[in-house]
Design a protein around this ligand. Structure first.
Ligand SMILES: [Zn+2]
Length: 101
C-alpha cells in the first residue's frame, strides 16, 4: 500500500543544527511537481525544495523507489529529508493517496 504522498500542504518536522543551538523547525514546500497531483495539490518528489521555519532549505533524502512524480521518486509522509545541517521527517501530506515503496 505504501506511504501517503507528500504534496503542497505537507509539513516536515525536524531540527536544524545550523545555529549556535539546534532549533526545532517546521518545513514547508513552496512548490511541487507541476503535472502530478494528490487531492488537487502538487505532489512532492525527490527534487522538491523545502523551506524550514528558520530560513534554511531542505531536500528529500528518502523517497519511493517505485512511484515517480515527473520521473523523480515520490517524497512521502514518513520520508526523511536533510536540512543544511540536520534532518526533517515529512509528517503530513495527502490523506487518501498512497505511493509504494
Ligand atoms: Zn536553520
Amino acid at each position: 500500500m505504501g506511504l501517503l504522498k507528500g504534496n503542497l500542504v505537507s509539513l516536515g518536522l525536524g531540527v536544524c543544527s545550523s545555529h549556535p543551538v539546534p532549533i526545532p523547525v517546521i518545513v514547508t514546500f513552496p512548490a511541487g511537481t507541476p503535472t502530478c497531483f494528490s487531492e488537487k495539490m502538487m505532489n512532492l518528489n525527490q527534487g522538491s525544495i523545502g523551506v524550514a521555519s528558520c530560513g534554511h532549505t531542505g531536500t528529500p533524502l528518502t523517497f519511493s523507489m517505485s512511484v515517480f512524480e515527473e520521473k523523480l521518486g515520490s517524497h512521502r509522509v514518513g520520508d526523511i529529508g536533510v536540512l543544511s545541517s540536520g534532518t526533517y521527517t515529512l509528517t503530513t501530506g495527502a490523506a487518501t493517496v498512497f505511493a509504494g515503496g
